[in-house]
Design a protein. Structure first.
Length: 288
C-alpha cells in the first residue's frame, strides 16, 4: 500500500468549471488531514488518462479521486489491487461496482427542468444531450424522456441533438435546431459547456432569449448569473461534493487493510433548480 501523503485528483477536462469547483471542497478536506494533491487532466483522451494514472502510481499516491474518461480502464483494478482506494465521481463503471462512487441525481435534475418548462406552457422542448457512453449523458437523456412522459408531452425526436458536453457541440446543436421548420420554444443544455455554446449560438444568430426561445442549462457556470439574460440552471453542490468525496476516501485510507472490507458505497446528491431570467411563459413568446 502506498504511504505517501499525496492524493491523486484526475479529471477528463480541465475546462469544465464543475471539476474545478469540486476541487476546492476536496482540497479543503485533504489539507486538513495533511495531504497534498497531485492534479491530472486527461483532456478527454483515454490514452492520456492511462499515462496520468501511470504517473499517479509512480508517485505512490495514497488514494485517488477520479472522473474517468474510460470508467472501465484496467488501471482502476491496478489501484485497487495495490491497496490504493479509488472514489469515482460523476461516472461509474458499466460492470460490477467495485469502488465508492458519488453522483448527483441526473434524472431528477432534468425532471426539475422539464417540470418547470411545462409549467410555463412549453411542449416543443429540445434536449442537447451528452455522450451516451458516459453516465451523465445517459441518465440526463433518460431523465428527459421520462419527465416528458410524466408530463404527458410527446418527445419530438428532431429536437434531440447530441452536444458532446462541449461548447462547440452546444453551438452546432443550436445551429441544427434553428434550421428546423418548426423550431423548439425551449432548449436544454446537457451540461454547463453545452449551455455556454448554445447561448453563444443564439446570440450570434440574433435569436432573443427568452422572447424567442427559453434556455435552461444543467450545471451552473461562472457568469451564468451575470449574462443578459441570466441563465436558469440546475445547480449541484459542487464544493460539498468534493468534501463528501474526500471523506469517503479518507475513511478508506485511515482504515488501511481493513478499508478493503468496506463494501462499495454509492451516494447520490440532490440538485436544485435555480430560476433566473432566461425562460418565459409560452403566451409571451414573440412570434417568428
Amino acid at each position: 500500500m502506498a504511504n505517501t501523503k499525496t492524493i491523486g485528483y484526475l479529471v477528463p477536462d480541465i475546462k469544465n468549471p464543475f471539476f474545478i469547483a469540486m476541487l476546492s471542497g476536496f482540497q479543503e478536506m485533504c489539507f486538513k488531514q495533511g495531504y497534498d494533491i497531485i492534479f491530472e487532466n486527461a483532456a478527454d483522451d483515454p490514452e492520456k488518462e492511462k499515462k496520468a494514472l501511470e504517473t499517479l502510481l509512480r508517485y505512490r499516491v495514497a488514494g485517488l479521486l477520479a472522473v474517468f474518461v474510460d470508467s472501465d480502464n484496467e488501471y482502476i483494478d491496478v489501484f485497487r489491487n495495490m491497496g490504493i482506494p479509488v472514489v469515482m465521481i460523476d461516472r461509474k463503471s458499466t460492470g460490477v461496482q467495485k469502488n465508492d462512487y458519488l453522483m448527483i441525481d441526473n434524472m431528477g435534475g432534468v425532471g426539475q427542468i422539464v417540470d418547470y418548462l411545462v409549467s410555463l406552457g412549453h411542449t416543443d422542448i429540445a434536449m442537447i444531450y451528452g455522450p451516451q457512453d458516459l453516465t451523465p449523458g445517459v441518465e440526463r437523456l433518460n431523465g428527459f424522456r421520462k419527465a416528458m412522459e410524466k408530463n404527458g408531452v410527446q418527445v419530438k425526436e428532431e429536437y434531440l441533438i447530441p452536444g458532446l458536453f462541449t461548447e462547440e457541440g452546444g453551438y452546432h446543436a443550436v445551429q441544427k435546431l434553428l434550421q428546423l421548420k418548426n423550431r423548439p420554444t425551449a432548449m436544454i443544455g446537457g451540461n454547463n459547456l453545452t449551455t455556454m455554446g448554445a447561448y453563444k449560438a443564439l446570440v450570434d444568430y440574433k435569436v432573443s432569449i427568452p422572447e424567442e426561445v427559453s434556455l435552461v442549462g444543467f450545471d451552473d457556470f461562472p457568469f451564468a448569473a451575470h449574462l443578459q439574460p441570466s441563465i436558469t440552471v440546475i445547480k449541484r453542490p459542487n464544493t460539498n461534493m468534493g468534501r463528501v468525496a474526500a471523506e469517503l476516501l479518507m475513511e478508506r485510507i485511515s482504515k488501511g487493510e481493513e478499508g478493503k472490507d468496506i463494501p462499495p458505497r454509492s451516494i447520490v446528491m440532490p440538485t436544485q433548480l435555480c430560476i433566473r431570467k432566461s425562460c418565459i411563459q409560452i403566451e409571451n413568446l414573440k412570434a417568428e
